[in-house]
Design a protein around this ligand. Structure first.
Ligand SMILES: [Zn+2]
Ligand SMILES: [Zn+2]
Length: 255
């Protein structure tokens, strides 16, 4: 099993996860052409793409879903409510619904879905299970719940939101209502909150951590990585740590 975060941030998100020459894309906020360019740059084969799963209907996660699904004949997987909310953006695609919290068997990977707190109709985190490896994808989360902590145990790799540095957000140029939205229960995790959650989720089997959905206005990779490193240093552990970017895909990470 391997994965590559093709893009991460408020201008577009997409994560490629592949097992045995079959791949699923989680979200697509990129144009079909940009997905093709980024996938090819990392040696990913677009013919391996079999399905596209959606976390929630915000445009940075779905604006490229329709064109890509139609071009590659992909089934789009999400909850009924999210599909309804996303329909005007996505247009006609082949859809498969599931209930939030359901396990979705793709045949090559299993997607366990976890309801999260974010200001969308039915937002989800995904826990993606291969033969023996487990990848957690957790971004766009306002508040860390008991369910999240319980559901994201025992991961091999984790893509975790480190959205903003709280001081940069509060002192930055966002209008007051947007600052409140970002830091609220329906918003995004700060570096501090992400680091605390990383400390809770860490176990010796967690080999790789990728920080995601970093704000370009209210965060820097250096600050996010420093916050994550501090908690890992406190635990005395050294999983591979990096930050995903908006404009460049990550390397391909083999689990
Ligand atoms: Zn987002
Ligand atoms: Zn969102």
């Amino acid at each position: 099993m391997f994965f590559c975060v093709l893009a991460s941030g408020s201008h577009g998100n997409a994560t490629w996860v592949e097992e045995n020459d079959k791949a699923v894309l989680i979200d697509n906020g990129l144009s079909a052409k940009e997905v093709e360019t980024r996938a090819k740059a990392r040696g990913l084969n677009l013919n391996h793409l079999k399905a596209l799963a959606i976390t929630h209907e915000h445009s940075d996660h779905i604006k490229g879903v329709g064109p890509l699904a139609r071009r590659y004949n992909l089934t789009v997987l999400t909850t009924k409510k999210t599909a309804q909310a996303a329909a005007p953006t996505i247009g006609r695609v082949q859809l498969k619904h599931f209930e939030p919290g359901a396990d979705v068997d793709l045949g090559f990977l299993t997607l366990s879905t976890v309801a999260i707190s974010h200001d969308a109709v039915e937002p989800l985190a995904y826990v993606i299970k291969g033969d023996s490896k487990v990848l957690g994808l957790l971004t766009d989360i306002g508040r860390v719940t008991h369910l999240v902590r319980e559901s994201l145990k025992n991961l091999t790799a984790l893509v975790l939101e480190f959205n903003h540095d709280l001081t940069m957000l509060l002192e930055g140029e966002y209008p007051y209502h947007l600052k409140q939205r970002v830091r609220g229960d329906g918003g995004h995790l700060s570096n501090e909150a992400g680091a605390a959650l990383l400390g809770d989720l860490y176990h010796p089997g967690l080999k790789r951590v990728v920080l995601g959905h970093l704000s370009q206005q209210n965060n820097t990779p250096v600050l996010a990585l420093r916050a994550a490193q501090a908690v890992l240093d406190r635990l005395g552990v050294k999983p591979y740590l990096s930050a995903a970017e908006q404009d460049e895909p990550t390397p391909v990470f083999e689990l």
